[in-house]
Write a protein that binds this ligand. Structure first.
Ligand code: FES
Ligand SMILES: [Fe+2]
Length: 448
């Protein structure tokens, strides 16, 4: 099964039937077909039914602080220029000239009022408006080139959520606020803890990994279970200050709409080692119910995924042998390049109003653990690469993986006891959040 090299598999096709059975196995039996992690026909369906249907993260507004700033980003195979015009407005423009289709902007980022096509020289404003063509009168006559009609093509939908710029290939996608929904309550801890909000630290790091995007996305949904094994060397090296591996079972896993994540505990009263200025900012800016989670329950969101491929991490690590753990944030985008292949985009993030000295420390803590050379990143990447490699073979066509942890013996926290939206479980050794990821995935993939 699944051998069919289908570009657009019909509903009655072999691939569709196999995926329908895979979904049944997940929903009814809590097991996942291994082949899903490396299969060209599935990747084609993901492009058509997921990545062109929903919101995809492109950039953080703080990457474009000034008028004229731009970055070039992608939704799978489509390149977009994200620009800030002279009035401060954000535009997301398909990066293809309207004349003969040349890629207009071929650098990653910069500042400009205009984009001039390298091929024949058509020039566009950073709003997308066509400014003019060389020898316009001679070439097209006095009124022969309708500048309105031949402007750059904007992305079908653009949404900005708390500084995060998203676009969608689907003009009928629900508004970004609606799509994020209750997840916004959890994202505040990453993006909006203090009055000034968050800012990214420099340009994102990028690297290519022979791993399936879903392995990363579902890991960040709430794989509290892998840390005690995959990241054990970081405990031994003194980077992660944890006394017992069983620590990782404690916390809260949650699912909310198509999204999910998990919280971990910290030493009561320590506020995860944030400097006092940041703690004061959190008290001021977070809702009373959100701050209570930090102050009284002593837990905070560790990792989270906004479906499909945008993840967040909040952690605290020691960068000096005798030093304290330093909290930091990172945003990650699992950009699919093909079946079993991603480009990882990794941004360091910090509270914009934090003391400068802390920002420097947080940056070092982030770079030591995540990003291209990060210790945690290496641990995770090798596991994801290996799963992807094994999933390419024939045996994976009929090989099922266990997604049953906690399902039959852990109950949700009663709604009146959990302040956040969605459903939460007082346990991180569990597959509730991952189950939500996979059910959402199959709903999109199979169009149901
Ligand atoms: S392709 Fe851009 S000006 Fe001709
Ligand atoms: Fe990990």
């Amino acid at each position: 099964m699944l051998q069919q090299p289908a570009q657009h598999p019909a509903r009655e096709g072999e691939t569709y039937q196999a995926l329908t059975e895979a979904r049944r196995a997940l929903v009814e039996e809590g097991k996942l077909l291994a082949k899903i992690y490396n299969e060209p026909a599935v990747f084609e369906m993901e492009k058509d039914n997921i990545f062109t249907k929903t919101w995809i993260f492109l950039a953080h507004e703080t990457e474009l602080p000034d008028p004229g700033d731009y970055v070039v980003r992608r939704i799978v195979g489509d390149s977009f220029i994200v620009s800030r015009d002279e009035h401060g407005e954000i535009h997301v423009l398909f990066n293809m000239c309207r004349h003969r289709g040349m890629q207009l902007c071929r650098v990653d980022s910069g500042n400009t009022s205009h984009f001039r096509c390298p091929y024949h020289g058509w020039t566009y404003r950073n709003t997308g408006k066509l400014n003019g063509a060389p020898f316009q009168k001679e070439a097209y006559g006095k009124d022969g080139l309708d500048k309105e009609e031949w402007a750059m093509t904007p992305a079908p939908a653009v949404g900005v959520y708390k500084g995060m710029i998203f676009a969608s290939m689907n003009a009928d996608v629900p508004p970004i606020e609606e799509y994020i929904g209750g997840m916004g309550w959890y994202l505040d801890f990453y993006l909006n803890k203090t009055p000034a909000g968050s800012e990214v630290i420099g340009a994102p790091q990028r690297w290519v990994l022979d791993a399936d995007w879903k392995l990363a996305a579902e890991n960040f949904f709430g794989d509290g279970y892998h840390t005690q094994s995959a990241h054990m060397s970081t405990i031994k090296a003194g980077i992660m200050r944890v006394k017992k591996a069983a620590y990782f079972k404690d916390g809260v896993q949650y699912k909310v709409g198509p999204h999910g994540g998990m919280f971990i505990p910290f030493k009561p009263g320590s506020f995860f080692n944030y400097p006092q200025d940041v703690v004061d900012g959190m008290r001021e800016n977070l809702g009373a119910d959100q701050f209570k989670v930090l102050e009284e329950d002593s837990i905070l969101p560790l990792n989270a995924t906004v479906f499909p491929n945008l993840s967040f991490l909040h952690s605290a690590m020691a960068v000096e042998p005798e030093g304290r753990s330093i909290p930091y944030l990172t945003i990650r985008l699992w950009q699919p390049l093909g079946p079993g292949k991603i480009e990882v985009w990794s941004w360091g993030v910090v509270e914009a109003d934090a003391p400068e000295e802390f920002k420097e420390e947080a940056k070092r803590a982030y770079l030591t653990t995540f990003g291209a050379s990060g210790t945690f990143e290496q641990d995770d990447a090798e596991n994801w690469r290996s799963v992807t490699r094994v999933a390419a073979g024939e045996m994976a066509d009929h090989h099922y993986l266990n997604y049953q942890m906690g399902l039959d013996h852990v109950e949700p926290i009663p709604d009146e006891e959990w302040p956040g939206p969605g459903t939460a479980y007082a346990r991180n050794f569990a597959d509730f959040a991952q189950q939500r990821f996979w059910r959402t995935y199959f709903e999109y993939l199979l169009g149901q």
